[in-house]
Design a protein around this ligand. Structure first.
Ligand SMILES: NC(=O)c1ccc[n+]([C@@H]2O[C@H](COP(=O)([O-])OP(=O)(O)OC[C@H]3O[C@@H](n4cnc5c(N)ncnc54)[C@H](O)[C@@H]3O)[C@@H](O)[C@H]2O)c1
Length: 477
């Protein structure tokens, strides 16, 4: 957006008017075929832009090509294909059975587009987390504004190009820019806000939404722990943890933040973790720094923050199992595993969001579960264990956005599962039908056929009075 604050605000208002003006018409004319056509256009354009997407993510934070294909391109394509396969069913009004009181009526639930949605996305998966929610918005029949993150400017520009190429500007617009653009957008009376980012900004978004009583979906972050139980397949636990943690250089909302490992398997787990890191990213410092499969830190301030976390932990007595090497120029921080951390250190207190993994040994699983319970609700909790009783115990007793058993990350790609958090990690859910529902309003439609409603109207005397009394008694049974 060009110009000073005045003109920028005016431009945004104009854009909002353009997008929301067609809402009434869209409710009747943006039906199954039109939504399908929009999704197909997005799919085709996304395919044409594979090269520019890969180049943009390389430029923004050295994200490896195959990771881009897997987590940015494939993830959105899968969301589109899934929506195309199920859209007709999702859109269909659903008949519901009559109840005793509504005898003689016909009832259905009709999903309708909420209207114009605002999608605010973060930098860490800049394509997936902008276009993924857009797929759901289009499937639901909404128009949308996307506000990508200013911290991944090349990716934001590609997202803007893809949208401009694939979709009409009175249906979707992309507003590049930083916090100031976000704030101006948050002043507008959108019909839904879908925000992905930090819990801190999530609170700002929810407050802004309250002013217009706009509904929100909040996809937030936090610390996602791994528990490696005494009955775990240790090799698998180590491999999955290393991959989940160091993909995207740890800058993933559902990355394992830290590991609790049963003392009885600690030594074996640490050895396997080191081996897994060596196999994935290289045997020594030089090989790891040269790995083409390991991303860089997004910007100097996050590089400083992460370097500070490592230095602070070491100064307070933590030791490195592996890693620690870094280069400020290229914003490289090696895959780093820390032992001997404690709850006073930043690495155990704050969301790490980088390639640093504290491993914390435990004696009793109960203690670990109590510690997780006492903290903010995690977005993901990962458990490595073969004993069914332990899996059931953790599943029953813990609360988190998702529970991954003997795996990390891949629940994100399972589109028949809702993806979201609870409490500090989010509100509402994305993906598949849950994404569609986030941008839809479920309208109740009740038609009278031969409902005996007249006897329920005053004057309440004689038979009518008795009837209401009997009904209340019958329903109260
Ligand atoms: N749950 C999920 O699906 C998910 C996915 C990815 C990232 N995350 C979380 O996102 C965070 C990292 O991403 P980030 O650093 O881009 O998050 P962020 O909250 O700093 O920024 C997200 C978006 O909000 C905008 N923004 C920032 N400050 C704002 C303000 N004061 N007012 C209005 N808008 C503002 C930014 O421009 C950006 O577009 C981590 O906490 C991570 O766990 C969650």
């Amino acid at each position: 957006m060009d110009g000073g604050p005045q003109t920028q605000e005016a431009q945004l208002r104009k854009m909002f008017r353009r997008l929301s003006m067609g809402n009434a018409e869209r409710r009747t004319h943006f039906g199954y075929s039109e939504r399908r056509a929009a999704l197909l256009a997005l799919r085709k354009t996304l395919r044409e832009f594979e090269g520019p997407i890969i180049a943009a993510l390389a430029q923004d934070f050295g994200k490896p090509e195959t990771e881009v294909r897997l987590t940015e391109i494939m993830a959105v394509q899968a969301e589109i294909s899934h929506a195309l396969r199920h859209l007709k069913r999702w859109m269909r009004p659903r008949k519901v059975a009559s109840t005793l009181v509504s005898f003689g009526t016909r009832a259905r639930i009709v999903p309708q587009p909420k209207g114009t949605a605002l999608i605010i996305s973060p930098w860490n998966y800049p394509v997936t987390l902008a276009l993924g929610p857009l797929v759901s918005a289009l499937a639901a029949g909404c128009s949308a504004v996307i506000k990508p993150s200013e911290l991944a400017p090349a990716s934001a520009a590609v997202v803007a190009q893809i949208v401009a190429e694939a979709l009409p500007e009175d249906l979707v617009s992309v507003c590049e820019g930083g916090v100031e653009v976000s704030e101006l957008l948050l002043d507008l009376p959108f019909d839904h806000i879908f925000f992905t980012g930090s819990p801190r900004v999530g609170k700002i978004v929810m407050q802004a939404a309250a002013k217009n009583l706009t509904s929100v979906t909040l996809e937030l972050g936090g610390k996602s722990p791994v528990i490696v139980g005494a009955g775990a397949d240790i090799k698998r636990a180590a491999k999955m943890t290393a991959w989940g943690k160091f993909a995207n250089a740890g800058q993933t909302c559902i990355a394992p933040d830290h590991v609790f490992v049963a003392k009885s398997v600690e030594t074996q787990f640490l050895a396997e973790l080191k081996a897994a890191i060596a196999k994935m990213y290289g045997r020594d410092e030089a090989a790891q720094a040269a790995s083409r499969d390991f991303a860089r830190i997004i910007n100097p301030s996050h590089f400083e923050r992460l370097s500070g976390l490592i230095a602070q932990a070491e100064a307070a007595g933590a030791r490195k199992l592996t890693g620690g090497a870094s280069d400020a120029q290229s914003r490289y921080i090696a895959p780093t595993v820390l032992m001997g951390t404690d709850s006073q250190m930043g690495v155990e207190r704050d969301e790490i969001f980088g390639p640093v993994l504290p491993v914390i040994p435990y004696d009793r699983l109960d203690g670990v579960l109590a510690r997780i319970e006492a903290g903010p609700r995690p977005l993901a909790l990962y458990l490595f264990e073969r004993d069914r009783a332990v899996i059931d115990q953790v599943s029953r007793s813990s609360i988190s956005g998702a529970l991954g058993v003997n795996l990390t990350l891949v629940h994100f790609l399972h589109l028949n599962l809702p993806f979201g958090g609870i409490g500090n990690s989010g509100l509402g859910a994305a993906h598949g039908i849950w994404g569609f529902n986030a941008f839809s309003y479920e309208k109740s439609v009740l038609e009278n056929r031969f409902a005996p409603i007249a006897p329920l109207m005053p004057p309440y005397r004689g038979a009518r009075k008795r009837l209401v009394r009997v009904m209340a008694r019958v329903l109260g049974r």
